[in-house]
Ligand binder design. Structure first.
Ligand code: AN7
Length: 346
C-alpha cells in the first residue's frame, strides 16, 4: 500500500484523487547501534533511500502527481538538484504524463541524471544554480498552465508528512530530536507539520526538537541571509534561497530546535562512518545530520541518552562519483588462487 491509500484519512484526498503508487513510504527505521554508542544516544536512521526512486521525494511526489492528474494537468514541471527530478520523472512515466525537469548544468549527481533520462523526462540543463532554475520552472509552469511539482506545491509537503507518522508508529512516540538535512527547507517543514498533526490527534504526547543541518557553503538559514553562490559536495542541498525558509524557521523556533552547518569534510567523514560502521550507504546531503550530531557531541552540546532520528533522505548509490573520490580502488589480480591468498593476507 502506498502513501495515499495508507494515509487517505489524514491527507487532503477525495474520491476523485487517483490512488497512484510506486510503493513509496513505509521505509525502514533502523537503530544504528555502533554510532549510538559512539555518540552516547539512541540513534535511529530513517532509510528514505529505500523509496522507489531512491529518495524521500516520492512521498510528496505521489500526492503532487495524483492531484495534478485529478486537476487534469497536461504536463509536470520541476527544477531540481536531482532527487525531485528523478521522482517527478518516475511518477510521470507511470502516470503517462509529460514531464520537464530543469537541472543546474553539471551539478547533478550521476545516478539522479541517469534516472531522469531513463524515466523519459525532458531533461533541460540550465546554466545557473538551482535557485535560478526554480524561478524559471515556476514562470514556465504559470505561462503554460503546467503543474509545478516542486515543494512550492503544497501537496508535496502533505505527502512528506507521512515520514513523521511512520516514525511515531515504529517508536510508539516522537523522538527527542529530529535531525534532518535542509536544502529548499520543505522536508523539515513537512515533518514538523506531521508531528504536530499526530499530537493534535492524540497519537503522540510530545514533539521533537527540529534540528536542521545545512552545508557550510550553502547555509542561508544559519547565516540568516540568502547565499548567492551556494557550493558544496552535497549537491542535493546546494541551494541558496530556500522557498520554504519561513516554514522551516517556524518549525525550528516552535520546537526549540536549531539550524547548524557542517563542512564538506565533516559531511564526507560522516558518510564514511555511516557506511563502514553502520552498513548504511546514504548520499552526502543525507549525512549532514550525522555530521552535525558528531559536531555537537564534540562541542559537548549533545544531550546524552536522548532518542534521535536522522532522516537519510537519499540513497548513496545516487552519487557514485563522490563516493569513489573518497575510497581506494580494488586490488586487481590474475586468476591464480595463490595470488588471491597472498592479497587476502593484506
Ligand atoms: C537527498 O531534488 O531540492 O530541504 O531538487 O535531495 O526539503 O529541500 C533535494 C533536496 C535533502 C533537502 N536530502 O530537502 C531537489 C532537492 C536530499 C535531497 C534535501 C534534498 P529540502
Amino acid at each position: 500500500m502506498g502513501v495515499i491509500e495508507r494515509y487517505s484519512e489524514l491527507l487532503p484526498v477525495t474520491e476523485k484523487t487517483p490512488r497512484i503508487t510506486l510503493g513509496e513510504g513505509n521505509t525502514p527505521l533502523v537503530r544504528v547501534g555502533n554510532v549510538s554508542d559512539m555518540l552516547g544516544i539512541d540513534l535511529w536512521a530513517k532509510l528514505e533511500g529505500c523509496n522507489p526512486s531512491g529518495s524521500f521525494k516520492d512521498r510528496g511526489m505521489v500526492m503532487a502527481v495524483a492531484k495534478a492528474l485529478e486537476d487534469g494537468a497536461k504536463a509536470l514541471v520541476c527544477a531540481s538538484t536531482g532527487n525531485t527530478s528523478a521522482s517527478a520523472a518516475a511518477y510521470a512515466a507511470a502516470a503517462g504524463v509529460p514531464c520537464y525537469v530543469l537541472l543546474p548544468a553539471g551539478k547533478v549527481a550521476l545516478g539522479k541524471l541517469a534516472q531522469a533520462l531513463m524515466y523519459g523526462a525532458a531533461v533541460i540543463a540550465v546554466r545557473g544554480n538551482f535557485d535560478k532554475a526554480l524561478e524559471m520552472a515556476r514562470a514556465a509552469a504559470e505561462r503554460e498552465g503546467f503543474a509545478i511539482v516542486n515543494s512550492v506545491n503544497p501537496y508535496r509537503l502533505w505527502g512528506q508528512r507521512s515520514g513523521a507518522w511512520e516514525i511515531c508508529e515504529v517508536l510508539g512516540k516522537a523522538p527527542d530530536w529530529h535531525a534532518i538535512p535542509v536544502g529548499n527547507a520543505g522536508n523539515i517543514s513537512a515533518y514538523w507539520a506531521g508531528y504536530k498533526q499526530y499530537k493534535e490527534l492524540g497519537k503522540i504526547n510530545t514533539l521533537p526538537r527540529m534540528m536542521g543541518f545545512q552545508a557550510a557553503g550553502a547555509a542561508p538559514l544559519v547565516t540568516g541571509k540568502p547565499c548567492p553562490n551556494p557550493e558544496t559536495v552535497a549537491t542535493a542541498i546546494r541551494i541558496g534561497n530556500p522557498v520554504s525558509a519561513h516554514l522551516a524557521k517556524e518549525a525550528v523556533k516552535e520546537s526549540g530546535g536549531e539550524f547548524n552547518s557542517v563542512t564538506d569534510d565533516e559531511i564526507l567523514a560522516a558518510q564514511h562512518i555511516l557506511s563502514s560502521n553502520g552498513g548504511i550507504f546514504a548520499e552526502p546531503a543525507s549525512c549532514a545530520p550525522l555530521a552535525g550530531l558528531i559536531k555537537l557531541k564534540k562541542e559537548g552540546r549533545l544531550p546524552q541518552g536522548i532518542t534521535a532520528v536522522m532522516i537519510l533522505t537519499g540513497n548513496g548509490l545516487k552519487d557514485p562519483d563522490t563516493a569513489m573520490s573518497q575510497v581506494g580502488r580494488p586490488v586487481e589480480i590474475g586468476d591464480s588462487l595463490e595470488e588471491l591468498l597472498e592479497v587476502m593476507k593484506g
